[in-house]
Write a new protein. Structure first.
Length: 431
C-alpha cells in the first residue's frame, strides 16, 4: 500500500494562550522521560461519508482542543526544562493510502511495517511540534488516524485524556468537553539537576528487526489464569491474577528463554512495568494532571533462584512488584517522598540497562485507558494499535472488547521465532 502525503500544515490553538501561561516548567518526572514520540493509530471503517469534510472538522476541533491543552501547541525548550506555550501549533498531515483498510486489518500480523507509514516521520521532541497528526484516507473510504505526542510532556494518561477531549470536541462541540486538564505537576514537582541516563533503546545494528503483535483474547487469558493458579488443589498463586499480571509474566518468561537460547544459559533479568500514580499517592494531585506521572513496578529474576521456569512463579513476582509499588505510593505524602521513590525505581532500571550481563525489559502498559471511546463523530474505532515499538520495550494494550490484551514488541528474526515457540509451548499446557 502506497501512502502519499497530500498536505501538511500547523494547527494553532483557536484562542491565544494568555501571557501568564506562556512558559511552563516541566516536572522532574518529565525530565526522566526519553526524548521520543509516543505514536498510536486509530482505525475507522468506511461508512460512505466525505473524508475531506471530516479532515476539516478534525482541524477545527484540534485547534479548539489545543486551547484547553495549550502546552501541546507549544515547543519544548530542553535547556530551560520548559515548554514555550507560543501557539506555534500541532502539525496536521493529510495522506492518501492506496488500497483498502480491510486489507490491512484482515492480515493476521497487521503488518507493522505498513502501519509505520500511517504516522508522520518523527523528529526529536525539542523545537519540533509536540503533537503530530496524520489523517490517512483509504481508497475504500476507511480512515487511519496516526497521532504522535512527545513523551517529554505526556504519558499514556495524558495522551488518552487529550485524544478523548479532542474526539468529544469534534463530535459534539468543544463546549461539551468536561475535563479541564491541569498542568501543575511542574510546580508541584519542579525540575532537578539530573544526570543523563540510558534511554533503554538498543544501539544501531544491521540485524533485521521484526515487529510483531500477539493477541491474547479473554478465553485464552482465562485458561492462562487457571494454569497460573494451578487449580483448587494446588493454589500456586495466593491471589486472583489480573490480565496484565498474567500476560506480563508470560512474555517475561518467554523473553528469558529467548536470552537463554542466545547465550546458552539462564541470565539475570529485570522487569520494569509502568505504573500510573494518579490517585494512588497520599499526596493529592489535581484531577486530569497532565504530563508524566508514572512509577516503575520492578521485578527481578536470578538464575540461581530455586524456582522452576513456570508461569505461576513469574505471576507471583509481577504481582509482588505491583503490590510493593502500590504500597510505596500510598505512603508517599509529599513531593520529595514521591520523587525519591520514582528516581530510585528509575535508577534501578537505568543501572540494569548499563549492565552487560543483565537483560532488562520495560513493559509499557496502556491497558484500561479509554482508547476505544475515541469517537470523532463517525463511530468508535474498530482497532487501536501501537506502532514502531523500540527493541527492549513491550507494549500492552486492550483488545476492543476489553477482555483481552494485545502485545507489541520488536526482536531480531531468530529471537522472535524462539519467543513464538515458547509462547506456543506454554499456551498448549492450558488445553
Amino acid at each position: 500500500m502506497e501512502v502519499q502525503i497530500l498536505s501538511r500544515k500547523l494547527i494553532a490553538p483557536s484562542s491565544p494562550t494568555p501571557p501568564h501561561l506562556q512558559n511552563l516548567k516541566v516536572s522532574c518526572f518529565d525530565q526522566l522521560a526519553p526524548s521520543i514520540y509516543l505514536p498510536c493509530i486509530f482505525y475507522y471503517p468506511a461508512d460512505g461519508e466525505n473524508n475531506e469534510k471530516r479532515s476539516k472538522e478534525m482541524e477545527k476541533s484540534l485547534a479548539e482542543t489545543l486551547s484547553l491543552f495549550y502546552p501541546l501547541g507549544g515547543r519544548y525548550i530542553k535547556e530551560e526544562f520548559s515548554v514555550e506555550c507560543n501557539d506555534m501549533g500541532a502539525e496536521f498531515l493529510e495522506a492518501k493510502v492506496g488500497g483498502f483498510l480491510s486489507q490491512l486489518l484482515e492480515r493476521e500480523e497487521r503488518e507493522s511495517e505498513m502501519a509505520s507509514h500511517l504516522v508522520a516521520p518523527l523528529f526529536q521532541a525539542e523545537n519540533s511540534p509536540l503533537v503530530i497528526v496524520q489523517f490517512n484516507m483509504f481508497e475504500c473510504g476507511g480512515l487511519a488516524i496516526g497521532i504522535s505526542i512527545a513523551h517529554r510532556i505526556a504519558d499514556a494518561f495524558t495522551i488518552g485524556t487529550f485524544i478523548n477531549a479532542w474526539a468529544t470536541a469534534c463530535r459534539i462541540g468543544s463546549e461539551k468537553v468536561h475535563c479541564r486538564p491541569s498542568f501543575q505537576l511542574g510546580s508541584l514537582f519542579p525540575p532537578k539537576e539530573i544526570l543523563p541516563s540510558s534511554s533503554g533503546t538498543a544501539p544501531g545494528t544491521d540485524i533485521k528487526i521484526i515487529r510483531r503483535r500477539f493477541v491474547f483474547d479473554g478465553h485464552t487469558l482465562s485458561k492462562l489464569k487457571a494454569l497460573a493458579r494451578g487449580g483448587d488443589s494446588e493454589q500456586l498463586v495466593k491471589h486472583h491474577p489480573s490480565r496484565v499480571e498474567v500476560v506480563t509474566a508470560l512474555i517475561w518468561m518467554a523473553l528469558i528463554r529467548v536470552a537463554q537460547a542466545r547465550h546458552g544459559h539462564l541470565r539475570p533479568s529485570l522487569l520494569g512495568l509502568t505504573f500510573n500514580m494518579r490517585g494512588k499517592t497520599a499526596m493529592t494531585t489535581p484531577d486530569y494532571s497532565c504530563g508524566n506521572f508514572v512509577n516503575w513496578a520492578n521485578a527481578q529474576f536470578m538464575p540461581d533462584d530455586e524456582i522452576k521456569m513456570e508461569l505461576h512463579h513469574f505471576v507471583n513476582r509481577v504481582h509482588d512488584a505491583i503490590s510493593t509499588t502500590t504500597h510505596d505510593c500510598a505512603k508517599a505524602s509529599n513531593s520529595d517522598d514521591i520523587y525519591s521513590m520514582v528516581s530510585s525505581k528509575a535508577r534501578e532500571v537505568g543501572e540494569a540497562l548499563g549492565e552487560g550481563n543483565v537483560d532488562t525489559y520495560m513493559f509499557s502498559c496502556w491497558c484500561r485507558f479509554p482508547w476505544y471511546e475515541a469517537d470523532f463523530g463517525w463511530g468508535k474505532p474498530s482497532w487501536v494499535s501501537s506502532v514502531d515499538v523500540p527493541t527492549g520495550i513491550v507494549m500492552l494494550m486492550d483488545t476492543k472488547d476489553g477482555d483481552g490484551i494485545e502485545v507489541f514488541l520488536a526482536l531480531d528474526e531468530s529471537s522472535m521465532l524462539t519467543l513464538q515457540q515458547n509462547l506456543d509451548k506454554t499456551i498448549s499446557f492450558t488445553g
